[in-house]
Write a protein that binds this ligand. Structure first.
Ligand SMILES: [Zn+2]
Length: 422
């Protein structure tokens, strides 16, 4: 139905507008009190005082009522960087890592990303689809209403397409909207280790055209990193994507300055993600471009490097910043944007308002969805998260707990916490 009337709000907190907010503006969040929200046919119809909204509601047919119980309403969260369609389980490897074995030792013994590649190649499309659905369910429960998701564990034509088809099938009957990215250049597969250029030939001449022709991806991504793909190799892949209508977004400067930020800026990429090792020149290049900086602090936390991206310098340079889970089996195994919220506030020194903008409006803009989602304003899609507590500040203050009572997608309640859990 999509007609919904939300009343009894403690606070309504949202960035405003349809474009990315950088610099000081990233922290300019509207925080309103004493307002109600009316949704019609899945879109926001009116926001105002109770009499104003009652007057608007008189023109709408059947309306579902939602008593917010004094909670805080924010835009549905947008997770702009995930790797959802994978198979296999790396929990044993994680236990080894906790016991002190290095990532390189584990990879040399057949673990690491290539173990996920082997499991994903072996899995059926329906098995991967079920995995994606389970992960989307958990994302929704933690407030995500739109996300991006990448391939990148197939590393051969059919297996990459299988991942993307499984993703599309799972997304087709799930409330969370999913935007797909082809990440065939995530790593060089074992069979091409002797000649990585040969694998990039396949990516550019076969995998990119096939994924584009089947309409399976909107974007093309590459892992631009020392020891993976150089800036020159990354450029080749991203230009092949552009030729087939796939705009670039990339993994840049995660462990070493690989000139990924400069490449992203030069190509007009939507985002440059990670940036823990970004150089001053990389920051300057981003500041002079339209590219958004995507921060993934879950990896620094989960890999125990404790090296976080320079969020304050990026924001102070005027660059719009997003935050994402990077949900993947190796370096950030979480579907929870609230977890990333806590890391941003406590480890990246971002304010509560800057962090909210990062996981709503700025994230939506990085997926070219800023006109549709990411803020609570009349005309936009009615995607909301109802948080416990009468203020947005409570989300940062009460960490580690599940903070959400209701998630609304297109004006319909898509998740509601059971009474027993409240
Ligand atoms: Zn990633």
């Amino acid at each position: 139905m999509g007609n919904l009337w939300i009343s009894n709000l403690g606070e309504l907190a949202s960035p405003l507008g349809s474009g990315p907010l950088g610099g000081r503006r990233q922290g300019e969040v509207s925080r309103r009190h004493g307002v109600e929200v009316l949704c019609r046919d899945g879109r926001i119809e009116a926001i105002g005082s109770p009499p104003e909204v009652a007057a608007a509601a008189a023109h709408v047919g059947d309306i579902e009522r939602l008593d917010a119980g004094g909670g805080t309403l924010v835009p549905g969260f947008v997770d702009p960087h995930t790797h959802l369609p994978w198979a296999g389980d790396r929990s044993a490897e994680f236990a080894q890592r906790l016991a002190g074995r290095s990532y390189l030792e584990i990879a040399a013994a057949g673990g690491g990303i290539l173990s996920t590649v082997a499991a994903t190649r072996d899995a059926s499309e329906s098995e991967i689809r079920a995995n994606v659905t389970r992960r989307l369910d958990r994302m929704l429960e933690w407030g995500t209403t739109t996300c991006e998701a990448k391939s990148g564990y197939g590393l051969e034509l059919e297996a990459e397409l299988k991942q993307l088809r499984a993703l599309a099938a799972a997304a087709a009957d799930h409330p969370v909207d999913v935007v797909a990215t082809l990440l065939a250049a995530h790593e060089t597969p074992a069979e091409h280790r002797a000649d990585p250029e040969r694998y990039l030939d396949l990516v550019c001449s076969e995998i990119v055209p096939a994924a584009a022709a089947e309409g399976l991806a909107r974007y093309c991504d590459v892992f631009c990193e020392r020891g993976v793909f150089s800036a020159a190799q990354s450029r080749r892949v991203l230009e092949a994507g552009l030729e087939h209508g796939l705009r670039p977004r990339l993994h840049a400067d995660e462990f070493a300055d690989s000139h990924g930020a400069e490449l992203a800026a030069d190509l007009g990429a939507l985002t440059a993600d990670h940036l823990m090792a970004v150089s001053d020149r990389g920051i300057e290049a981003l500041a002079a471009s339209t590219t958004i900086a995507g921060l993934l602090p879950g990896t620094s936390f989960f890999l125990k490097t404790r090296l976080y991206a320079p969020a304050r310098r990026l924001i102070d340079a005027g660059i719009p910043v997003t935050l994402a889970t990077d949900c993947n089996p190796g370096s950030s195994h979480t579907e929870s944007l609230p977890m990333i919220f806590w890391l941003a506030v406590l480890e990246l020194d971002m304010t509560v308002e800057e962090t909210l903008t990062a996981i709503t409006l700025n994230a939506a803009c990085s997926l070219e969805l800023g006109d549709e989602v990411g803020t609570i304003e009349a005309g936009k899609q009615a995607d909301f998260v109802l948080l416990e507590g009468a203020s947005l500040d409570n989300l940062a203050y009460h960490f580690g707990v599940h903070p959400i009572t209701v998630v609304v997608k297109r004006g319909t309640v898509a998740y509601r916490k059971a009474e027993a859990e409240r």
